[in-house]
Design a protein around this ligand. Structure first.
Ligand code: PLP
Length: 508
């Protein structure tokens, strides 16, 4: 374990924008008109709009193809009613994922021209290392081609067969690497995370009782680390509080167990801490991120999310001996420890993306855009998972299409219909994604039957969000007309990627 060195300062970011202690608390993100009580002598204001707008302007555009309904009917039928099988050029607004889909800034693109493509010791590596040390606070950095590359190396150096890894809900690749290394994942997230209607402000929190019960049951020696994620993807992008992180840290200290952070969405998590935890209203995102990471011993990171790049990731550690082992392994799986599968120019873009990602204005607009779309749908009484998370809106397909039994794939049908309605591409997260029970051969019937609308960073405008909300509302209005789907081709592994479907009865 490394000594905790709590940052008692606020970090000056190179792009300015640090929040001084006297800076005002940011306005709540709300563009929804609120009737204000009239002060004594003034007439009531029916609308008081406290807008935010994107902290950038657009310099380069990528034209989108506008398709007709007939073209979309053909495209989705050809894709077997599976949005993963659509060609992206047939999509108008692509909300499939926020992974690697961000728009880079002119500052990042300029950095791409500064790529030092030397095999060893690229200057871009040293810049990346410096930025991660500065904003995340870890001592040793190893670049990897993306997040799962870091997860593979970390799992191999820390996990032995028979070990247990407690965590706040799993992420697909993270858990798989833990299991491949011989470990067993134990979910210790609070119960509220599994309830789509619970309004708990930190549904990503770890249940401390579940954690200590697990430690007492298997013994601290069999727990190589506690796996902690900032904004839990699989729970709907729900954050973990600083208070909870501090308590987990104290427990880990008591038992002498490491904490490893999945830092993929830790900046978004810092934003929720700033908004929802009273002690942090006046702190910068950069300072909150540093403190959050300071309670951990290292991290894996997918740069394709918070760090505003199309490809890249890293592994960070504080322990020099672990770093030594990891830098040895990375040579086998990724590349030399000063490039880890990344081009010099890509490391430069990621270094600059990190700087931009911790700007308060950036993250406020990023999460604000997600909340803007979510709030519209809530106001229109459309069933969504609440509270709205950091990167996506999840439609509750069971409540949306209650007349379609889960066997007929309501979320898959809804995702197909959003494409038919307006060329919007989303992703099923329900029975198709859940797969089948290996022993019985039956479908798993997950509680949550969802459609995910994932918002790429800095890519779409508020008008795109309005159009998306209107399309969802249109489909909701006409929902009675929809029938389910039948699966006509089922791949053996991760079937949601390549399964094909047919309409139960033709479009009317
Ligand atoms: C995307 C993601 C990963 C894996 O990262 P890749 O870059 O896709 O390999 C790990 N954890 C979380 C929380 C993620 O969202």
């Amino acid at each position: 374990m490394t000594e905790l060195n709590l940052p008692s300062y606020s970090i000056e970011t190179e792009l300015g924008n640090s929040r001084s202690d006297s800076a005002p608390v940011p306005d709540a993100i709300s563009t929804i008109p609120v009737a204000q009580p009239a002060p004594d002598d003034k007439p009531a204001r029916p609308h008081r709009r406290r807008s935010w707008a994107e902290p950038y302007k657009i310099k380069v555009v990528e034209p989108l193809k506008i398709t007709t309904r007939a073209e979309r009917e053909r495209a989705i039928a050809e894709a077997g009613y599976n949005t993963f099988l659509l060609r992206s050029e047939d999509v108008y607004i692509d909300l499939l994922t926020d992974s690697g889909t961000a728009a880079m800034s002119d500052y990042q693109w300029a950095g791409m021209m500064m790529g030092d493509e030397s095999y060893a010791g690229s200057k871009n590596f040293y810049n990346l290392e410096e930025k991660i040390q500065k904003y995340y606070g870890y001592s040793y950095i190893i670049p990897t081609h993306q997040g799962r590359g870091a997860e593979n190396i970390l799992s191999q150096i820390l996990i032995k067969p028979g070990d247990y890894v407690p965590g706040n809900m799993y992420f697909t690749t993270t858990r798989l690497h833990q299991e491949l290394a011989g470990g067993t994942f134990v979910d210790v997230i609070i119960d509220e995370a599994h309830d789509p209607a619970s309004l708990h402000p930190f549904k990503g929190n770890i249940d401390l009782q579940k954690l200590t019960d697990t430690i007492d049951r298997v013994g601290a020696a069999r727990i190589p680390y506690i796996s902690v994620a900032g904004t839990v993807n699989m729970a709907g992008g729900q954050p973990m509080s600083m208070a909870n992180m501090r308590e987990v840290y104290q427990i880990a200290q008591r038992y002498g167990i490491r904490i490893i952070l999945d830092a993929t969405r830790a900046v978004e998590n810092a934003y929720f801490i700033q908004q929802r935890e009273a002690d942090y209203h006046h702190q910068t995102i950069a300072a909150i991120l540093r403190e959050f990471c300071a309670y951990t011993d290292g991290c894996t990171m997918s740069g394709k999310k918070d760090a505003l790049v199309n490809i890249g990731g890293w592994l960070a550690l504080n322990d020099p001996e672990l770093y030594e082992e990891a830098s040895n392994l990375v040579v086998i799986y990724e590349g030399l420890h000063t490039y880890g599968g990344m081009a010099g120019r890509d490391m430069e873009a990621m270094a600059r993306g990190i700087e931009e990602s911790v700007q308060d204005e950036h993250i406020r607009a990023r999460v604000g855009q997600v909340e803007y779309l979510g709030q519209k749908l809530i106001d229109w009484k459309i069933p969504v998972v609440v509270p709205i998370g950091g990167h996506a809106i999840y439609l509750d397909a069971k409540a949306f299409l209650p007349h379609i039994p889960q066997d007929y794939f309501p979320a898959q049908r809804l995702a197909a219909e959003l494409y038919l309605e307006a060329g919007i591409r989303t992703m099923e997260r329900g029975i198709v994604s859940a797969g089948r029970n290996k022993e019985t051969g039956d479908h798993y019937y997950p509680n949550l039957e969802l459609v995910r609308l994932t918002i790429p960073r800095r890519v779409y405008t508020q008008a795109h969000m309005d159009l998306t909300a209107e399309a969802v509302e249109e489909v909701y209005y006409n929902r009675d007309r929809l029938e389910g789907l039948m699966m006509i081709h089922e791949p053996k592994y991760l079937r949601f990627f390549q399964a094909r479907f047919a309409l139960k009865s033709p479009v009317s």
